[in-house]
Write a protein that binds this ligand. Structure first.
Ligand code: PGA
Length: 246
């Protein structure tokens, strides 16, 4: 049995006051849920979030990390620094990193190695653009993103993969549960060919305009083990509805 996982990706949003209120509302609204829950604030709010989440079922992650452990890399944040702040997870290869920062699979793979070595559990994001889907290339793209980041890794313990079709992120367009399931099953079949991965035990998250109203039908699919949530994670009521559906 794979335990459901719901992760909030807050992206570049929030302030200290916002984080305090959001986490108070989220933690205060939790009931006896079975799902594992994580939130990923901007770097500057991580310490505040880990302190507010201490002793609760909510854990904290980063939205990215450096590909190296330390050194002259101005502006970068090392995986070990995220661990220092109490992070347990890190999102890697998000499409916004690929799009705005030119991140390619080799760099994402190096970040993943650095994250695992530091003791973080990586959430590797993959997904095709609208154009790639329309051209019939969605599976080829996703397979190459997986292989590019995961082949030749010494240790893939704790790996989670998030399928986030780029055309569904922040657009209000969600992949249909059937479209998402089809890609998740494909991702699981690709993982079977990656040494060091237990494909059947690896949790696969769906991401892209997930909200309270569409979460249950997505989670009902056999290969969807949770969600990576952007916009709806900034609203405690919506995020709680997603957690309760998981
Ligand atoms: P969204 O973002 O839920 O706002 O579509 C998801 C993500 O980018 O992780």
């Amino acid at each position: 049995m794979r335990r459901s996982l719901v992760v909030g990706n807050w992206k570049m949003n929030g302030s200290e006051a916002f984080v305090e209120k959001l986490l108070a509302d989220l933690i205060g609204g939790l009931s006896e849920q079975q799902a594992e829950i994580a939130v990923c604030p901007g770097y500057v709010h991580i310490a505040q979030a880990t302190s507010l989440c201490a002793g609760t079922p909510v854990v904290v992650g980063g939205q990215d990390c450096s590909h190296v452990q330390s050194g002259a890399y101005t502006g970068e944040v090392a995986a070990a620094m995220l661990c220092d702040l109490g992070c347990q997870w890190v999102i890697l290869g998000h499409s916004e990193r690929r799009q705005y920062h030119g991140e390619l699979s080799a760099l994402i793979g190096a970040k993943l190695a650095a994250a695992v070595e530091a003791g973080l559990r990586p959430i590797l994001c993959v997904g095709e653009t609208r154009e790639q889907r329309e051209n019939g290339d969605a599976e080829t793209i996703v397979a190459s993103q997986l292989r590019g980041a995961l082949l030749e890794q010494a240790n893939l313990s704790g790996l989670v993969v998030a399928y986030e079709p780029v055309w569904a992120i922040g657009t209000g367009l969600t992949a249909s549960p059937e479209q998402a399931q089809e890609m998740h099953a494909f991702i699981r079949s690709c993982l079977e060919e990656i040494p060091g991965v237990d494909a059947g035990a690896t949790r696969l998250l769906y991401g892209g305009s997930v909200k309270g109203a569409n979460a249950a039908e997505l989670f009902f699919q056999p290969d969807i083990d949770g969600a990576l949530v952007g916009g709806a994670a900034l609203d405690a009521t919506e995020f709680l509805a997603i957690i309760n559906a998981a």
